[in-house]
Write a protein that binds this ligand. Structure first.
Ligand SMILES: [Zn+2]
Length: 457
């Protein structure tokens, strides 16, 4: 790409950021301590109208999923539909369900259609794609434009609805250019879509994908302004990825992690897809604690080891995507697809085992023959298992073919690691120790690097 067109794109990107900033109204103090500050205005717009409610404990639950019955109820309230409980066309939604009135009304209005088997599946999480359909119907959206998301096929069944809500300024996808239609919608995301549908002042424009560059020199200075006369505020190592917001002469205004500043454009290149990008998936999280034995909670072990693993891999020049970095619940079905949407070429899920018989012990690693990448998945599992057993000194239970949901039917090589048994005294003492957690992380990282070497990457 020529320098001129590169500049033009950067310029356009900056302008879009400006537009978005202008159209987000200022928030006000929240009654719920956990309402994201950035979206307080939209969320309170709905709370004030009785459309969405917080929990009795005073939380809003911004990252919680929205079930399909909750979605119908909130949309029904927003549109002022008849919410009186009554029989519905859906066999599994009878008059005793609190949502039955809104579900039946929404059906009569053509806002919901249910599944092809005639069910509505009210307790199932609403996906972002499903919500696009609901919103496009609820607000009778017709207009379409040349909308593009990297993970939404133009010939797919959801494209039209996603296009309509994007064209209407109700959704703009993620900053990486994805829409993630199969991901469960969170209460915050849902609130934004609904508020934007109801009130034009909340509307947004589709952002261009984030422009990322990679550092090509050993040490790159980050400065507070666009010339060498400005103070050096940090440094980036070779291979580091930075997000470019704007070009000012020879300088890029950028963000890299928590570092914000300017770097000289001669020392970076556009990030290409030949690089190694691994997704680490710390199993469980939030309301799903996983197993709990011997004073250990699985979700905590998984996250702790995963963060150590991330650090080892990043130090080796591998780009790492984490499916979670804190104690957040993420539905199983979203984990691998999120990794793919973020550009991951490989997926590793970290877990700890448990069994009724406390003598069961050892380390095992899984792949699934139902993955679209069986050979690579099995090879990845084999390398990790070998290094991990060496590192931990646990017994070797081998590599096994089990169709766990996060590793089956995947388009990238995927594996699931069971570090050891929380129910076994010897394994548990290692799982609870920082020393051994670090050993485990290092072992897994070596297995992953073995795999990349084997792949010629
Ligand atoms: Zn687990």
């Amino acid at each position: 790409m020529s320098n001129m067109s590169k500049k033009w794109i950067y310029g356009g990107f900056g302008f879009l950021i400006f537009l978005v900033a202008v159209f987000i109204p200022q928030g006000k103090a929240s009654a719920f301590h956990d309402v994201p500050e950035k979206y307080e205005t939209e969320i309170h717009y709905l709370i004030d109208r009785g459309i969405i409610k917080g929990y009795p404990n005073g939380n809003f639950g911004p990252d919680d999923p929205v079930t399909r019955e909750q979605a119908a109820t909130m949309v029904g309230r927003a549109l002022g539909l008849d919410g009186r409980q009554r029989n519905t066309v859906f066999p599994e939604v009878d008059a005793s369900s609190y949502a039955s009135g809104y579900i039946q009304s929404a059906y009569e209005e053509g806002i919901i259609t249910g599944f092809t088997d005639g069910t509505y599946r009210p307790k199932k999480a609403m996906t972002r794609g499903g919500m696009a359909y609901l919103i496009s119907k609820a607000f009778s959206l017709e207009e379409q434009s040349s909308v593009w998301y990297s993970d939404v096929s133009r010939s797919g069944s959801q494209y039209e609805a996603i296009n309509k809500i994007t064209t209407a300024g109700i959704a703009n996808g993620y900053s990486d250019g994805t829409f993630r239609p199969t991901q469960s919608i969170t209460r915050t995301e849902f609130s934004l879509l609904l508020a934007r549908g109801m009130n034009d002042s909340f509307k947004v424009s589709q952002e261009e994908g984030v422009i990322e560059e990679r550092v090509t020199t050993d040490v790159l200075n980050v400065r507070s302004g666009p010339s060498t006369s400005y103070t050096r505020i940090g440094q980036l190592a070779k291979g580091a990825v930075l997000q470019v917001h704007e070009v000012q002469g020879d300088w890029l205004k950028m963000t890299a992690g928590s570092l914000k500043g300017y770097v000289h454009k001669d020392y970076t290149v556009r990030k290409t897809s030949g690089s190694r990008v691994i997704a680490i998936d710390p199993g469980h999280g939030g309301k799903d604690g996983g197993a709990e034995f011997n004073g250990l909670v699985e979700k905590e072990i998984n996250l702790n080891v995963s963060k150590r693993l991330r650090d080892y891999l990043e130090n080796s020049g591998v780009e790492v995507i984490m499916t979670r970095t804190d104690d957040t619940f993420i539905p199983l079905d979203d984990r691998n697809s999120y990794a793919v949407s973020q550009g991951a070429d490989t997926f590793v899920s970290i877990h700890a085992n448990a069994f009724s018989d406390p003598s069961a012990n050892g380390t095992e690693t899984y792949y699934s023959s139902q993955s679209l990448r069986v050979t690579d998945s099995k090879q990845l599992a084999t390398f990790i298992q070998k290094r991990l057993v060496e590192a931990l000194g646990t017994s070797d239970r081998g590599v096994k073919d089990v169709p766990y949901r996060v590793i089956k039917e995947t388009t990238i090589p995927s594996t699931l690691v069971e570090l050891g048994f929380m129910t076994n005294d010897s394994d548990a003492s290692k799982l609870g120790s920082s020393y051994w957690r670090d050993k485990a992380a290092k072992g897994i990282s070596q297995g992953i690097l073995d795999y990349y070497e084997w792949k010629g990457k």
